[in-house]
Write a protein that binds this ligand. Structure first.
Ligand code: GLU
Length: 271
């Protein structure tokens, strides 16, 4: 373990109060679109535990379209916009029902916010959204966020929840953004193609070289690959918020990050 890197991470961990955690479809649903209950239970347990430690938690959850695909028994991700929106409308309810149920087992209250791009760009709507988040966090509610997929069309969408979570982190001015993925972090080359690929554990600056490390698209249920994660890292670190990419398969990964273990790839906030 590199001591300088560990110190840099630990320095920032001391002052963390509010955290945005983004979880992707590939962590929440199986390839057939049905919910991965064991991942969801581990996730909710970890988030509730962090909440008990005093952190404010905002969860950005994908999986609405994925869960809708499962429920509707579709063989593949629909191509037409109305079909995708219908899947999102069905799936969003399934997701929230699940979160409400599992979080309440740990005594936690959740609130749903479905955002559109204008909520992040229009000053009045931005301000409204900011006030809602502040009020929820003050009341110790865990906001659960997704893009309002059932009503926005591709042309005017944020489009992926990596970017959405960075915009939310910036809007609320949280202290850390965590992206939970199905990969351990950013590698120096594509680990699916090259067995010698090495995990990059700390990124001080997002250089051209770092951008070129980000491969293509990920699984076929989610929309994000490493490229959208790097985009999220740029938004987040430019807003003074560090971001970490970790593997959601590790059941204790959130605690590991906050306990200062060198997991995943840490993108350091710019001053
Ligand atoms: N908002 C989409 C959903 O809930 C997912 C977007 C993404 O995977 O980044 O299905």
């Amino acid at each position: 373990m590199n001591q300088i890197i560990t110190n840099k991470r630990n320095e920032q961990l001391k002052s963390i109060k509010n955290i945005v955690v983004k979880v992707g479809s590939s962590t929440l649903t199986y390839a057939n679109g049905l919910l991965n209950l064991s991942h969801i239970e581990h996730l909710v347990r970890q988030l509730s535990d962090l909440h008990n430690r005093g952190y404010g938690i905002i969860l950005v959850s994908s999986g609405a379209i994925g869960a809708g695909i499962g429920k509707l028994g579709l063989k593949e991700r629909p191509k037409s916009i109305p079909e995708k929106q219908a899947a999102a409308a069905v799936g969003q309810g399934i997701l929230m029902h699940m979160y409400e149920k599992v979080f309440s087992e740990y005594g936690k209250t959740v609130g749903q916010i479905l955002l559109t791009k204008e909520d992040m760009t229009d000053p009045i709507r931005r301000n409204n959204a900011h006030n809602t988040f502040t009020s929820l966090l003050e009341q110790r509610v865990i906001p659960i966020i997704n893009e309002n997929d059932a009503v926005v069309v591709d042309e005017i969408k944020v489009g992926d929840n990596d970017t959405l979570s960075a915009l939310v982190a910036k809007l609320v001015q949280v202290d850390l953004l965590i992206l939970m993925s199905d990969i351990d972090g950013l590698y120096d080359c594509d680990p699916r193609k090259n067995k010698k690929a090495k995990l990059i554990s700390f990124v001080d600056e997002i250089t051209e070289e770092i951008v070129s490390c980000a491969g293509g698209a990920g699984s076929n249920l989610g929309t994000g690959g490493m490229a959208t994660k790097i985009n999220a890292a740029k938004i987040s670190t430019d807003s003074g918020i560090s971001m970490v990419i970790v593997n959601g398969d590790n059941a204790e990964v959130l605690r590991d990050i906050l306990d200062g273990k060198e997991v995943g790839t840490w993108f350091n906030a710019r001053k």
